[in-house]
Design a protein around this ligand. Structure first.
Ligand code: GDP
Length: 198
């Protein structure tokens, strides 16, 4: 998919106030510092589109970007940042939960995980919750440039195996990406393009 335009539309914390235009939507979510903003900028080829995090956990909003005038890319807040207060965590959970359960035009979510790390409880639980609620998602492994090809393969395989050893009977679709060298960009964009073409 060629990215012709990528424009910020709005930020808010209430799913009811998200844009009403009925076009397909794809959401990106993951732990703070996983590389979500960098990935969004890389995918859209717009350096400053998503703010890369100076302060992890600070951007607690649902951010809508309109791509090519025919789909929304949604940047959701990073989760799992230790310094956010309990009350803030609850508020966060509530509106993110509402977003996933109520956003009818959400086609697929991308759950980002750092390719260097073992599966983290918070990510596994989040994916389980998506599954229980029948919300389609893919995994995006980030920062692949930090590992050699063999290590990438080993880490991805053991991550997927851990999912299959848990609640999953089938592995979710996944992508291996690097915002530093652009790997995985075409794969993610053509996946989005293919679904949009249906
Ligand atoms: P966010 O908090 O998930 O939005 O993460 P950011 O995009 O702000 O990235 C967090 C840190 O990881 C920053 O220091 C980035 O430069 C770095 N980073 C993000 N993506 C990559 C990547 O693909 N490769 C490498 N080597 N570093 C990355």
């Amino acid at each position: 998919m060629l990215i012709k335009t990528a424009n910020f539309v709005m930020s808010n914390s209430d799913v009811a106030k998200c844009p009403q235009e009925p076009i397909p939507e794809y959401a990106f979510i993951g732990r703070s510092n996983v590389g979500k903003s960098s990935l969004i900028n890389m995918l859209t080829d717009h350096k400053g589109l998503a703010k890369t995090s100076g302060k992890p956990g600070k951007t607690q909003l649902i951010n809508h970007f309109k791509i090519n005038d025919n789909w929304f890319l949604v940047d959701l807040p990073g989760y799992g940042y230790a310094k956010v207060s309990k009350r803030d965590k609850k508020t966060f959970q509530k509106y993110i939960t509402n977003y996933f359960l109520q956003r009818g035009q959400l086609v697929c979510s991308f759950v980002l995980v750092d390719i260097r790390h073992e599966p983290q409880k918070i990510d596994l639980e989040f994916m389980e919750w998506l599954g229980e609620n029948q919300i389609p998602f893919c995994i995006i492994f980030t920062k692949a440039d930090k590992l050699k090809p063999r290590a990438i393969q080993i880490n991805v395989e053991s991550y997927i195996q851990e999912l299959l050893n848990g609640v999953w009977q089938e592995a979710p679709r996944y992508f291996v990406t690097s915002s530093t060298n652009g790997s995985g960009r075409e794969e993610v964009l053509s996946f989005i393009g293919t679904i949009n073409a249906d």
